[in-house]
Design a binder for this molecule. Sequence first.
Ligand code: PMP
Length: 447
Amino acid sequence: MNRENTPPSPVASARNLDDYWMPFTANRQFKARPRLVESAEGLYYRSVDGRQILDGCSGLWCCNAGHGRREISEAVARQIRELDYAPSFQMGHPLPFELAERLGAIAPPGLNKLFFTNSGSESADTALKIALAYQRAIGQGTRTRLIGRELGYHGVGFGGLSVGGMGGNRKAFSANLLPGVDHLPHTLDIARNAFSRGLPEFGVEKADELERLVALHGAENIAAVIVEPMSGSAGVVLPPLGYLQRLREITRKHGILLIFDEVITGFGRIGEAFAAQRWGVTPDILTSAKGLTNGAVPMGAVFVHQDIFEAFMQGPDGIELFHGYTYSGHPLACAAALAALDIYQGENLFQRAIELEDYWCDALLSLRDLPHVVDIRCVGLVGAVQLAPDPAGAGLRGYRVFEQCFHDGAMLRCTGDTLALAPPLIIDKAEIDRLLEILAGAIRKMA
Ligand code: PMP
């Protein structure tokens, strides 16, 4: 549907954009002024009108090794010729076993049992179900409550949505979300932590809210806590110093499982394979997706502590977990993931975010005096610039800057009035400068 008074752009008029219902998109607004890319190589997309667009967010936080990686496309092409599909229930093929072993070797200590899914949302729901089933398996069946966190994002399945804490995503479904879910307070605190470099100094005490929930409900009724070590979708919200350690202490003390959603932080974004390793806190279950295949084929992986896995293997003979997907461990996804891992390890890309971190943070923080900037957050190769909302409405200013950046040749993410950046880990200093010049220019134009 075109709005009558908005002239369609040449791109829109050349194509039928009416029938695809785009996810998480203001469809009418988009279709009046579409942004379409048709190819990508290295750090750049090419738009359908022939412009080079610097990828400032690794697609959707997933193309960590950059675009057009031949090693991946060739592995997938070989695989589809050899074995296009094999049933995933009561049958198998070698690749998910090989991939599980490779992933177990880079996982935080003990998290070497792998369950494969097709997305971050499925990984979150899988992790929650494993947590609930595990508590029953060890005779703790009253532990059914789940705890998430405000501003958390764990995908769009009913489980992930229920523990998630982004109001806009939940509102339309609130009557049908899971019962027995609580939320910890988020850790965004601009008043105390604005313009921090790396982990913010203030806010560790927010983890103590978990003790309050334990006192309220009883530990014997709580199955698991799920958090992103760093919230990405909410606009790069970092854990205060000591916060994750505190959560780990409290969960361990009360027999509550700790789940880290590392769908964004996994595969090198903040300088180690996983945030758990960079920040020295090992959860019981860890979810991933996105960078697992460098974004090339949909796939997710849930890393499960071996003790949890063993508890299931002690039960009666037969199916241990009634859960899985037709495409769990899909041959093409496994081939892509194995090739992506070869690249990450061969090019030492997980280290790259640490090597570039100082330069990245300096460059980002140099934008602090631009108009309307109220906070800048950064760690590894991820960051965010938060703007004060336009008096005409929250989110308008952020969206305008995002649109202007695309027009000027850079693709970022915007969430509300926060612009998030997470470039491919192959970026260099000159291209960091270029990315931030475009962002700074767009902010100035909006002023
Ligand atoms: N968890 C986190 C932390 C995410 O950032 C995302 C996606 N942005 C998801 C889960 C959901 O992943 P997907 O869109 O692949 O379902």
